[in-house]
Design a protein around this ligand. Sequence first.
Ligand code: G3P
Length: 215
Amino acid sequence: MKPVIIVNFKTYAQATGENAERLAKLCERAAKQHDADIRVAVQAADIYRVASKVSIPVYAEHVDPIDPGQNTGFILPEDVEAEGAVGTLLNHSEHRLPGKQLEEAVRQAKEAGLKIVLCARTVEEGAALAHLSPEFVAVEPPELIGGTVSVSTANPALIKDAVRLIDAPLLVGAGVHTAEDVRIALALGAKGVLLASGVAKAKDPHEALEELLRL
Ligand code: G3P
């Protein structure tokens, strides 16, 4: 299995609307050139725009635990699937879903045919979520999110523990910028990484992707 690299576009201006399309195309180009498994997670409003322009997998950043009906302003799992998403992040550190709601969101997203990347702030939380059978559990220590020090260098022990204790394929994230960050994560047993600012906020996102893929 190729290492999985999911680029989360968050709500960065550099990764919104027209810029989301541009960045997704750069990700697609890098994926093709390096035969890499790069996926993008984009805002709900950008899913159709991005998914209709690139062939790499597009994920939603979030969906709500709702059925079709009276839910004004919420994100319906069936809708993101219809717009071209193949999966969704859930419970990201910046968009948490408390217990029962998370279980319900997983159920609804699965019913809609979406793959699920379940985010966790700690190994313990990830271990407790694995029974929901996501595609991946992604562990991201919140204090490292958006910084320049990666989980791989700051806390390799966390990755080892996560591999040992979480009964699901593992991604790790927070502060990932370099191929070395990815290499360490893979060497310790993760299947890939979830990252955002290292690519989305880079001066030259093309170069940032090239650096990540010097594996
Ligand atoms: O979902 C990815 C994320 O929260 C990590 O962000 O900017 O540290 O790569 P960043």
